[in-house]
Design a binder for this molecule. Structure first.
Ligand code: ASP
Length: 342
């Protein structure tokens, strides 16, 4: 028997009523098919999270609690499934990817677009897929040693995934191919796309220190330099994800760029540019309109998703403290396959 630990945190998957709210664990357990029916050879322990929530209420402290649950049960189980709401699923997947070091077992996050008790639900199919990935041993498949997202027949790298909301592709991984997918009902894993397996003796470590003094700011036509300045002066703006346009572009307005430059060079703020376009990536210097950001000292985030950039900043700043040069270096270097490049 392969043992899988399932943590139910809430989300549409287990919601019922009008308006929708998460149902209790006992009801969820009664409503779900037996694990062995879905994935033969897989035995499940299902537990509930401290707070059963709509994932729009998730806070970074919840990531810590999820990570600790995994760590506490790590030796006993072969894989982990987290049932989570879709709204902030990509944030949780990214945060866990950066927090869990030396992960040798799959941590699979799943959810549903339609509640388990509703006709046409995708909950059971997503759960089955998650159990197959987490319970890989029972299927004779290799372990996916990463935090991943299982949805609609595809398994995506957690820190590359984004909610798209599309009925057929609720989640996507715009800049990295799926790690695994269902093909005629069987799970096909692509070993060459997986992160390397950490050494056997390497113990799981949880990076517990997150610096949450981070803002996520989206550029929009009409954002005034003084508004940006007021945001960057906040003590909570030690790190900033700046959702720039297209290929990392921003206004060429000198006053606007001067605000960024001052915040970075005088106040030691760390600003990382990502693209606000789902499939976009930052190509520094491609347009003149991106050169100003570089001159101001903004870090180009390449193909980092906004969710990965935000959670990576929290974890990296939590580890490194105020060493902005080191933060800048780490933000441009893939730590868990979250971005392209070496
Ligand atoms: N509001 C829900 C949540 O994120 C949406 C979902 O699960 O699909 O918890």
């Amino acid at each position: 028997m392969t043992r899988v630990y399932v943590l139910y945190t809430g989300g549409t998957f287990g919601m019922a009523g009008a308006p929708l709210r998460p149902m209790e664990l006992a009801k969820l357990e009664r409503s779900l098919p037996e694990a062995t029916e879905l994935a033969p050879g897989v035995q499940v322990t299902l537990e509930r999270f401290e707070r059963l929530i709509d994932s729009s209420s998730i806070v970074p402290a919840d990531w810590l609690h999820i990570a600790r649950r995994i760590a506490r049960n790590y030796e006993t189980y072969d894989g982990f499934v987290i049932i989570h709401g879709t709204d902030t699923l990509a944030h949780t997947a990214s945060a866990l990817a950066f927090m869990l070091q030396n992960l040798r077992k799959p941590v699979v996050i799943t959810g549903a677009m339609l509640p388990l008790l509703e006709e046409g639900t995708d909950a059971v199919e997503n759960y089955r897929l998650a159990l197959m990935v987490a319970g890989h041993g029972a299927l004779g498949l290799p372990a996916v040693p990463e935090v991943c997202v299982a949805f609609a027949g595809r398994v995506l790298r957690g820190c590359r995934s984004r909610k798209m909301g599309h009925a057929e592709r609720p989640f996507d991984s715009p800049h990295y191919p799926p790690l695994a997918q269902l093909e005629d009902g069987s799970l096909r894993i692509f070993p060459d796309r997986l992160l390397p397996m950490p050494e056997e003796g390497a113990a799981l470590r949880v990076h517990e220190k997150l610096d949450t003094n981070v803002l996520d700011i989206t550029l929009f036509p009409g954002l005034r330099p003084q508004t940006l300045r007021a945001m960057l002066e906040l003590p909570q703006a030690k790190g900033v994800v700046l959702r720039a346009y297209g290929a990392g572009n921003a206004p060429e307005d000198e006053a606007f760029l001067a605000v960024l430059k001052e915040a970075i060079q005088q106040r030691g703020r760390v600003v990382v540019a990502v693209s606000q376009v789902p499939y976009g990536k930052v190509a520094p210097g491609h347009y003149a309109a991106s050169s100003g950001l570089l001159r101001a000292g903004v870090i180009p985030g390449a193909d980092l998703t906004p969710e990965a950039a935000l959670t990576k900043l929290m974890v990296v700043m939590g580890q490194v403290g105020d060493d902005t040069q080191r933060i800048s270096k780490l933000m441009q270097h893939p730590l868990h396959g979250e971005m392209s490049g070496r």
